[in-house]
Design a protein. Structure first.
Length: 134
């Protein structure tokens, strides 16, 4: 993951040189969603990048959070509709990890409702052991 953060940083530097803040936001969003729950996630480095980009463009952090929430909501709903409970749970876990229970985060209540429905369904159908094996 160290190589990944280095590559991320290089891509952001290039996009930043061309003042392509939307590209920077997309790169960061993708990285955060992919690696936020990995033990070697470079959270401090990501925060430094977010802070630096936030100084260049007002509202950068809010737009980044919105982009992350939209991406995760899409992944979760797609997994639910496709019957992929494991992927839906991973998406919900990542959402919870990134937004830490912030009820003002985009889609918070929708994802919370989906989480409760999935939990109830998994419990009723006795699927906990199947999910642990994955």
């Amino acid at each position: 993951i160290d190589a990944e953060i280095r590559r991320l940083y290089d891509h952001i530097l290039i996009a930043s040189k061309y003042n392509n803040i939307p590209k920077c936001r997309k790169i960061l969003s993708t990285y955060i969603v992919r690696y936020c729950d990995d033990p070697s996630y470079a959270g401090a480095d990501v925060e430094k990048l977010v802070t630096a980009l936030g100084k260049r463009e007002n509202g950068f952090k809010a737009e980044l959070d919105s982009s992350i929430a939209i991406d995760l909501y899409y992944q979760i709903t797609r997994a639910v509709l496709g019957g992929d409970i494991s992927t839906a749970i991973q998406g919900i876990r990542k959402y919870g990890y990134i937004f830490s229970g912030d009820s003002s985060a985009k889609y918070f209540f929708d994802i919370d409702r989906l989480e409760r429905i999935l939990y109830q369904m998994i419990t009723e159908k006795g699927l906990w052991n199947n999910l642990k094996e994955r």
